[in-house]
Write a protein that binds this ligand. Structure first.
Ligand code: MN
Length: 328
């Protein structure tokens, strides 16, 4: 999309915010730093400059890891909202497909006007306004452009939220999506008062001890295939209960597996409460989206996921065969 039509869409979004009385913002299930940081950023901007009531919502488990974010306590579990409620405006951030809002999808659908702000290439554009930039490192980048185009000053709190979105989705400024734009935005955010040291510590150096030990356990029990090019880590509910692990305990394990020189594709397979298998795939150079699409998932070129509705042992074998075929 060219710059001018983007600017027009940003203005249209502004007009919709001005028109709306009540607004709801959605994050995706298994929320990460981008979807939560972006949710807070747009919620805080709307309340500050447009004086509208915003419900900032999450679905599933809200990772306490991000509790250092400004106004984190404003997050509402979407489950607790009356499903017949009709919002004037619904905004989804970092939500690749509508079903990623899970039980919130109905509230999104029922809203008078729907907005989808995302950077997943697989996003088909399911709203009235779709602001999708597959080249953006994170949704925070897109939001920053939107706020700039509205000529609004960005307070430090909002800059911090955008910084977390950028920091986490670039894996600490090291993934393929890290571009000159990434660093220029980071520079802007730091000049707006963000402390990179503080945010890094808050985000990456505050794990509970049990999480560090759980992660070491999972890494120790990882299976390697194809001369070490493939790393598959299996996590059962039993493993989780042994360490008192919550869902966010798996965050960062795949990054450890990637540090092995030979590893090309790393996968975390986690047994869900329903007995299915949640898969998170990361790669160094191979496009993993065709793999996850085969299993009904989606995501980015080098970072994608899916849920395989099979017991973990079966899902493991199926996925391994599929990944091996992709490498051959
Ligand atoms: Mn994202």
């Amino acid at each position: 999309m060219n710059k001018e039509s983007m600017e027009n869409i940003f203005l249209q979004l502004r007009a919709e915010i001005e028109r709306a009385e009540n607004i709801i913002v959605f994050s995706h299930v298994s929320p990460d730093g981008d979807t939560l940081g972006s949710n807070l950023a747009i919620s805080l901007m709307i309340e500050k400059y447009f004086n509208k009531k915003v419900d900032s919502t999450y679905v599933g488990v809200l990772p306490s890891l991000y509790s250092y974010l400004p106004e984190f306590n404003r997050f509402i579990d979407v489950q607790t909202i009356d499903k017949t409620k009709k919002y004037d405006l619904a905004i989804a951030v970092d939500v690749a497909s509508k079903d990623r809002m899970v039980s919130g999808t109905i509230l999104f659908d029922n809203a008078k006007f729907k907005v989808n702000i995302d950077h997943h290439k697989t996003n088909i554009g399911y709203a009235d306004i779709n602001i999708i930039d597959g080249d953006a490192a994170c949704v925070g980048v897109i939001l920053y452009k939107i706020f700039k185009s509205w000529n609004l000053e960005i307070p430090t709190d909002v800059a911090r939220c955008i910084y977390t979105s950028l920091l986490t989705d670039t894996g600490g400024f090291k993934y393929e999506n890290t571009t000159p734009e990434t660093f220029m935005l980071a520079a802007d955010l730091v000049s707006l008062g963000v402390s990179p040291t503080y945010e890094f510590r808050a985000c990456y150096e505050t794990k509970p001890q049990s999480m560090v030990q759980f992660q070491a356990y999972v890494v120790t029990n990882t299976s390697f295939y194809n001369g070490g090019k493939i790393a598959f880590a299996k996590i059962t509910r039993g493993d989780m209960s042994k360490f008192g692990a919550t869902d966010d305990f798996t965050e960062g394990i795949v990054e450890v597996l990637r540090t092995s020189k030979n590893v090309e594709i790393a996968a975390i397979l986690k047994e869900t409460k329903e007995g299915y298998t949640k898969v998170s795939l990361r790669s160094k150079t191979v496009d993993v989206t065709p793999i996850v699409i085969d299993f009904g998932g989606g995501g980015h070129t080098f970072a994608a996921g899916c849920t395989i509705k099979k017991p973990i042992a079966i899902a493991f074998d199926k996925l391994l065969k599929r990944v091996q075929s992709e490498l051959e």
